[in-house]
Write a protein that binds this ligand. Sequence first.
Ligand code: ZN
Length: 299
Amino acid sequence: MRVGIDLGGTKIEGIALDGSGEVARTRVDTPRDDYAATIAAITSTVVDLERVAGTRGTVGVGIPGTLSPDNGLVKNANSTWLLSRPLKDDLARALGREVRIANDANCFAVSEATDGAGAGADVVFGVIIGTGTGAGITVRRRLLTGPNGIAGEWGHNPLPWASGDENPGPLCYCGKRGCVETFLSGPGLTRDHEQRSGRRLPAIEIAALAASGDAAANETMACYEHRMARALAAVINVLDPDVVVLGGGLSNIPRLLENVPRLWGSWVFSAGVADTPRTRLVRAAHGDASGVRGAAWLW
Ligand SMILES: [Zn+2]
C-alpha cells in the first residue's frame, strides 16, 4: 500500500492507495506557523489512513518547497515555518520508516501528466495556484527536476510586461519584489481586491461576487486574468508546453480557463505572422486529489 500526503499552506490531504485504487482519504487543517505541530499532524494523518486501510504503507510527501541538494533542509517554501528544517529526518523518526519528499507541484504535474488532464501530451506545465504559485514540468510523463531542484518555479520570476503601478510590486517571502506569486496567489488576489474596493475577501468569494455582477470584483478578476496571461505567456515563450494544467484552489474559477488563453496570444512570441497559440489551458482532472496521488506514487 502507498500513502500520499500533500502538505499545503492551509490543508494537509492524505490518501491511501492499493493496487486497485483509493482505499482511504482524509484532510485536516495545517497547523500554520508551528513546525512541531505540522510533524504531529502529518504523523497522525498517516496513522489514521493506515488504521482505515488495515495495513502499513510507504509514505510519500508533497511539500510547498524542496529539499536542498546540499544539506537536505527545506528551502523555497512559502509555508515559511518549514524553511531550513530537517523535515525528511523528522518525519522518518516520527513514522519509524524512510519517507520520500518532493515538491508538491511536481507531484501534481506527474499525476496530471500520467492519467489526468495532461495525459498524452508531450510537455505539460502543471501549475498549482493557491496560497502560492508553484509548477512542475513533465516531458513525456517524466518529471524534470534540475540540479537546483527548482524546475518550473515560475512564481519567483518578476511579473512580465509590468505596468507602472505594478512596479516594483509587493514584497515576496523570498526576499524579492514583484514576483509572479505576489500577484497570482490567492492572498495576492485578496490584496489586490482590498486595495481596489476596501473589502478583504478570499479569492473564491471575489470570483463569486464578479459572477453575480459586482463591478469592482469583476475589475479585480479582469486584472488578475491579464496578469496570469502575461505570466503564462512568458512560460510558453521558454518551454512551449502542449498543455498548461491548472490546479489548486483558484483553478475552481471557471472564467480563468476561458479568458486567459484568449489574452495570452498578445505576449506569446509570434512576429510577422499572428498565429494563435496552440498551447491549451485546462483544469486538473483529479482536482484537490492530484497532488496527493502524485505524492503516493513517489514509491
Ligand atoms: Zn518571490
